[in-house]
Structures are given as C-alpha cells and as structure tokens.
Write a protein that binds this ligand. Structure first.
Ligand SMILES: [Zn+2]
Length: 181
C-alpha cells in the first residue's frame, strides 16, 4: 500500500458515529476521509485500497422536507484485470443520494430518487454506509484499456499464450499475505 501523500494527511477523518437528523437540522456539510483500514468488506473484494475514501456530504431537508444527504464518495483501489490477471488501478466513485429513515415501514412510501439510510438508533455509522455505497459502485469485472493490457498483447501477437498462466496473480499474493497475518 502506498504512503498517503501529505495532502491526504491534512484532510480530516470523518466521524464514524454521527447523528444524521441533527446534522440535517444544522445543515452541515461533512468533508473528509475514511481511512482504508475501516473498510474491511471493500478490502476483501480488491487487491488493495490505495487511497483513503474521500467524501463530501451535505445534510439538509429537501424541497419536500425529507431529511437527505447528497454528495459524493471516491477512492482508488487495485483490482485484478480479468483479461491478463495483473493488478490494475480502479477508481471507485459514487454520487450519494440518501434519505434518512427511522422506521423501516416508511421506506416504500419515500421518493425513489434516494437510497434509504435506515437508522438503528439516533446515532449511525457513517463509515459503514459510505463503504456500502462504494461496494455498490465497484465494477463487477475490470479490464485494462486494450493498449495497456498484457493479456491483449500476448494474445494478439501470438506469443507464448501460456506465459500468462505462469505469472503469479495478485490473488496469489493476497492469499499469501492473508496466511501470514
Ligand atoms: Zn489487463
């Protein structure tokens, strides 16, 4: 994992536990990062998370008075190209449009342009819902652009197709790391 740049270290870490309705009442905008170590489920699906998640989230009441959150979340991960099986960077970003819900029965009557953020309690885990948004935004499969993909070059020139198989895949490396830890 690369060292965070000095610019990233200056960005504040977003609070994990928030009171969303209070933030809406105050019209708060939260800008900051979620450290990659807090993103266990995302980490399981990628080779590495190379940047903390940057988020900009505006809490407000919309024109109908619904408590909502709008903004964006973005990070950079490393995934496996499904053509050449080498690691590749993948930007993951999502537009946020959450509606704060305190009672599950409300969900079906709410405007469909929002994703429900169902609160268990008045406090809620902001890091977890940001991670859920990124999990939805993560492409199911990723490929290098054709001109940058070793798999493409190997196959198109007819060289040693078997060579691709002998290279350790990033998943092997990941497996080794997991066994060691
Ligand atoms: Zn590739």
């Amino acid at each position: 994992m690369s060292e965070p740049s000095s610019a990233m270290q200056q960005r504040p870490v977003l609070p994990q536990s928030v009171t969303p309705l209070k933030l809406v009442g105050q019209g708060t905008t939260l800008t900051g990062v979620v450290p990659s170590k807090r993103l266990g489920r995302l980490a399981e699906l990628v080779v590495s998370i190379d940047e903390p998640v940057a988020a900009n989230l505006e809490f407000y009441a919309d024109e109908s008075g619904y408590p909502v959150v709008r903004g964006n979340v973005t990070t950079l991960v490393c995934v496996v190209c499904q053509r050449c099986l080498q690691a590749m960077p993948q930007k993951v970003s999502a537009e946020v449009a959450w509606i704060i819900v305190v009672d599950e029965d409300q969900i079906k009557s709410l405007p469909k342009r929002y994703e429900p953020w169902l609160l268990d309690d008045s406090e809620s885990d902001l890091h977890r819902i940001i991670e859920e948004e990124l999990l939805l935004a993560l492409p199911i499969v990723s490929y290098h652009p054709l001109d940058q993909c070793e798999g493409h070059e190997t196959f198109s020139t007819g060289e040693m197709v078997g060579e691709v198989d002998r290279k350790p895949s990033p998943f092997d490396v990941l497996q080794e790391l997991k066994l060691k830890s």
